[in-house]
Design a binder for this molecule. Sequence first.
Ligand SMILES: *Cc1c(COP(=O)(O)O)cnc(C)c1O
Length: 383
Amino acid sequence: MPVRMDSLQAFARHKLAGLEALSLRRTPVETARREGLWVERGGRRLLSFSCNDYLGLTHHPAVMDAAIRAIQDHGAGAGAARLVTGDHPPLEALETALAALKGTDAACVFGSGFLAAIGTIPAVVGAGDVVLLDALAHASLHAGAKLSGAEVLTFRHNDAADLASQLKTQRFTARRALVVTEGVFSMDGDVAPLDAISAVCVAQDAWLMVDDAHAVGVIGDGRGSSAAYPGAKVDLQMGTLSKALASYGGYVCAGADVVALLKTRARSSVFSTALPPASTAAALAAIEVILAEPRRVASVLAKARAFTAAAGLPQAESAIVPILLGSAKAALAAQAALEEQGLLAMAIRPPTVPKGTARLRLAFSSVHPDAEIERLAAAVKQL
Ligand SMILES: *Cc1c(COP(=O)(O)O)cnc(C)c1O
């Protein structure tokens, strides 16, 4: 019925015009990766500081070869959900390697980090329970919490005292409590104080879930936030295979029974096709590089700190350094100014970050040339 379809088009145009007026409309731009972090965009060669390939492993020969060999041995796709078709052999090897990397009994791989978050939280809490999220927690964690049917509350960013006071009240009524935070925050680059947060969880009988998407490969000798805080008790270590691990997919590392429960109950695993063999094998090869090359891992933080020192900013805690600009318009202007100088640093605007905190989000990698980092620092100082 053409009239009805037209009205949906009109609705979309209206929404887009509203976003455009606020400088909040976003569109993907074709950007071809040529070599390492050098990209081609709109006919220009740029060096990207917006890629989460923290260790440069997406183009590492061993990682690419592992993916190619997995396709040759096991095919391009997994065929069905893992409970239906069975696991292709690299999947089990990857789960064993992830559990060893994170120091847990077991691991469960998902189709993406987003799917890991929205599958895991509803598998362990529901109506009558409470989820307490850090105020800056990733959208996937908010989505998982909402989907669970539990009451969802937020605590002040990285504030263990606020968490403690809220949990104290909640523990009178909530059957179970799950606290959710990130090891390294995706848009701010700061590290969660897991020692203090874990102590609150233990004292208040709450479970702790940490999303390590930006911590693995970068902090804790590449093993992530639990290795950086060995005293912390983290029940669910979630993460992605798509950042430092250079592939695609997600995971949760936990005790063996927890993982067995996820494999039979997490709906985003049970009702979604398993990770393809190539993605699985690439992530496994990336873990092997992380374990074999501690200097590559250490260089990520060193590069980020070289930048913050040169730019006169507070010392970086991770690979991520935000340059806060406030309005979406100012962030877009800063992005354009850097692009003029051959540097790609994407503006991050609401709803990815809170209103009034639009920024450039710089992501450093072990493969960024030192001279280019100096050049970026000089350019950022001019903004
Ligand atoms: C990227 C990201 C995710 C989602 O991971 P994908 O594998 O890309 O779906 C989850 N949490 C955080 C903090 C992230 O930055």
